[in-house]
Design a protein around this ligand. Structure first.
Ligand code: GDP
Ligand code: MG
Length: 370
């Protein structure tokens, strides 16, 4: 460790190698871009050139604090499926969620406004389900860019009076690329011009095929307006979950993902976190993308303060240094000071790679002009 080539050092400072070579000469070192510098020399040169040096050791620190986590007793138990509702605009996604929320959960209302934390844990007679209320596509974008799996099942809402539309197809593509099973809710069957068979036929083209036709997809006709078929839909989701055998270790230091986040003027940065593993507690120290903090309070979807949350449970947390991004991974660690160091290292790293990219683009332009 502690060695770096002239060209790598130049890259890190986003300057030309010749600049570094010039500064090397100032302190009596002659070498080309392939010349290898030891850490002290590289640091000296960089600081001479007005750069702040952040040593790789934080990378080691990150590994260290991750290794130092208590991962629980390793016994995994069944957890609730995490479901994203997707589909074309106006096909009834919000109406479906509203219907489920109003019939299956008690919600905190402040001055008549229902608290919205972006995810809902719903209890039915046959089991629990967690619905994500993020615009479905962003959950998938986050999944892809961070390599985390957020959604277990997609409910594809298709209005029976309108049929397969561009965002229907887009949703199918997202689900298929992420290898997430799709349950089709054929909505608005209360309307006289609804045609469920046409929807079934049209979806065949996109490899969404009902079981009776030899496919893997279950179709449930519903009306988000009258509530017809919604209990059946919930049961089908739970059946699908059973097949998936969704499990998680419910003990030990938690891991999760940020579903939503915002800055509250009075309370500070707020994030809705979906716990995926372990147990998230009040007082826990978390690392969360570029941010860190100690959890000051957790609130459930009803707005009640809770002391902890386990797998598949969404909670709103308070206590982060700044607002994190949705899709950021949340990890509980032991040491707040180290968490802060790792967070600032990650920030620095990302700034560096952005600079590198910019520089590369400038170089590309330069060659275009020749
Ligand atoms: P979203 O854009 O997918 O969230 O769709 P919305 O839930 O906002 O619904 C769009 C419109 O369709 C609204 O006017 C709803 O009242 C209406 N709608 C939704 N579901 C049904 C249904 O099952 N039957 C009827 N008749 N109208 C519905
Ligand atoms: Mg909507």
């Amino acid at each position: 460790s502690g060695m770096i080539s002239v060209s790598d050092l130049a890259n890190k400072m986003a300057i030309k190698s010749s600049e570094v070579i010039k500064n090397m000469m100032n302190i009596g070192i002659i070498g080309t871009i392939n010349h290898i510098l030891d850490q002290d020399t590289a640091q000296l040169i960089a600081e001479e050139m007005g750069h702040k040096v952040i040593l790789q050791r934080e990378n080691v620190l990150e590994e260290m604090i991750m290794k130092d986590r208590d991962l629980g007793n390793n016994i995994s138990i069944l957890r609730a499926p995490v479901v994203t509702i997707m589909g074309h605009v106006d096909h009834g996604k919000t109406s479906l969620l509203d219907h489920i929320r109003s019939t299956k959960t008690a919600f905190y209302e402040a001055g008549g406004i229902t608290q919205n934390i972006g995810a809902y844990h719903v209890k039915t007679d046959l089991g629990s389900i967690t619905f994500l209320d993020t615009p479905g596509h962003s959950a998938f974008t986050a999944m892809r860019s961070r390599g985390v799996k957020i959604t277990d099942i997609v409910v594809l809402v298709v209005a029976a009076d309108d049929g397969v539309m561009p965002q229907t197809i887009e949703a199918i593509q997202h689900a298929q690329a992420a290898n997430v099973p799709v349950i089709v809710a054929i909505n608005k069957i209360d309307k006289i011009d609804s045609d469920a068979d046409k929807v079934k036929n049209d979806l065949m083209k996109y490899n969404i095929l009902s079981e009776e036709w030899g496919g893997d997809n279950i179709f449930v006709p519903i009306s988000a307006k009258t509530g017809k078929g919604i209990d059946k839909l919930l049961n089908v989701i739970l059946l699908q979950a059973e097949i998936l055998e969704l499990k998680a270790v419910p003990t030990g230091m938690a891991e999760g993902v940020v579903i939503e986040s915002f800055l509250d003027k009075g309370r500070g940065p707020i994030a809705t976190v979906l716990v995926q593993k372990g147990n998230l507690n009040k007082g826990d120290i978390i690392l969360c993308g570029f941010e860190y903090g100690r959890i000051k309070s957790l609130r459930n979807q009803s707005g009640d303060e809770v002391l902890s949350a386990g797998p598949s449970i969404p909670v709103e947390i308070l206590g982060l240094s700044k607002v994190p991004f949705s899709g950021d991974i949340v990890t509980v660690v032991r040491n707040e000071k180290k968490a802060r160091e790792v967070a600032s290292y990650r920030k620095e790293k990302s700034r560096e790679s952005k600079l590198l990219k910019q520089n590369k683009i400038n170089l590309d332009n330069m060659f275009d002009n020749i």
